[in-house]
Design a protein around this ligand. Sequence first.
Ligand SMILES: [Cu+2]
Length: 316
Amino acid sequence: MNQQRRLGLFVLLALLGLTAVGGWLLRPRAAMVQAARPEAGGWMPDHLMAKAGEPLHLRLTAVDMMHGFMVGQMEMEPIDIPPGETTEITLLFDEPGTYTYYCTRFCGPTHWRMRGTIEVLGEAPETVNQPEPPLYVMLGMDIDADHTVPVSLERLPSAEKGAALTADVPERFSSREVYESQSPYSAWVDLKNEPGMANLTDAEAWDIVAYLWQRQPPPDTLASGQTLYEANCASCHGLSGAGDGPLASIQPTAVPDFTDPTVMLGANSAILQGKLLRGGMGTGMPNWGTIFTDAQIWALVDYLWTFQFTTEETIE
Ligand SMILES: [Cu+2]
């Protein structure tokens, strides 16, 4: 090998080296995020910064057990963080705002406290609509008021039975507005007071209400509501809705029994939606407004009514 070729080879190697070092130096910087049970610190850090349109690289580790990572209101699958490994992910936010990340693995009694926020900076596109206030705010409802009603039922009202009785029910009872802002109890009272409906028994009027309520959710909504409920709510509220989940007993206040008609039938969908969005003041109920999309919140509201009314998934 003559002098010149040796030099060429050296230059080539040096260039390759520089490229490697340069690439390493210029590599996208990843933020380290450590996961631990909430009692041991939860997410560390629990606040991240990002820019809209620029990737945010994260290196996730878990110190004590398996945790999961997910950002609320984003289209993504939860990402497991096995202990002792580094899990790398890249997030991309289209729009500025404050996003919530949370743990998706049940890691202990206060698991739901494992939340953090990502502040995404950037200019909001002009087309962005201002979010509307929640329905209960627009309707001026006090979601913390006592909504219990004196109802006793011999059996669960049946949407199927109700479907056969709707011939004389005025159209206005079927409106979305009734479903969103009236309680089943007030709809039942209204039905009973309808001039043409005097012959209805109490149970028949409840069957009609069951029908009116269970025909509102769009197809497949109840199934997705059930999935969300079982993953996120059942640990306290119980699979059957009776407020008897494994973590119910350690909550600061009694967990409501969704199967109790006195508890549920005086509430309405706007109230349930509000409680889901905001959480329960002074109770163990976290807010889900930063985590679930609008559609997911409504799927849960729709699903909650199935603890009161027997239903067929698609009632026409
Ligand atoms: Cu966790």
